[in-house]
Design a protein around this ligand. Structure first.
Ligand code: TYC
Length: 108
């Protein structure tokens, strides 16, 4: 193998090049789900979908109405650490505002 074909995953030891199997796995993805309830105001849910999940006002309203009518909907899809952080940030924000809004993670 030529020098320029070496990758960071190759192991050069004492002049012997050992090619390793590719070890970089794609991270698992998780859906952040939002659950309906009877008390959280619709405008609050729309605000959350815009502020924490980057949806525009129109998309946020569509997602909120979907959750309101169907019981559950997808806020976004992220790696585990990001999904978990967003779900707990939103539930903390909801609790501070005395709303019972609940989110869950679901592995894709
Ligand atoms: N059902 C709520 C209401 O009528 C609105 C709502 C939508 C609450 C989505 C939570 O995840 C939710 N005020």
């Amino acid at each position: 193998m030529s020098r320029d074909k070496r990758s960071e995953d190759d192991d050069v030891t004492g002049g012997v090049l050992l090619e390793k199997k590719e070890k970089t796995e794609k991270p698992s993805l998780y859906r952040v789900l939002m659950l309906n309830d009877d008390y959280t105001p619709m405008e609050f849910v729309v605000l959350v979908l815009q502020r924490f999940f980057g949806h525009n006002h129109e998309a946020a309203q569509q997602i909120m109405l979907h959750v309101h009518q169907r019981g559950v909907g997808i806020c976004g899809v992220y790696t585990f650490e990001i999904a978990e952080a967003k779900a707990s940030q939103v539930m903390n924000f909801a609790r501070q505002n005395e709303h019972p809004l609940q989110l869950q993670l679901e592995k894709e």
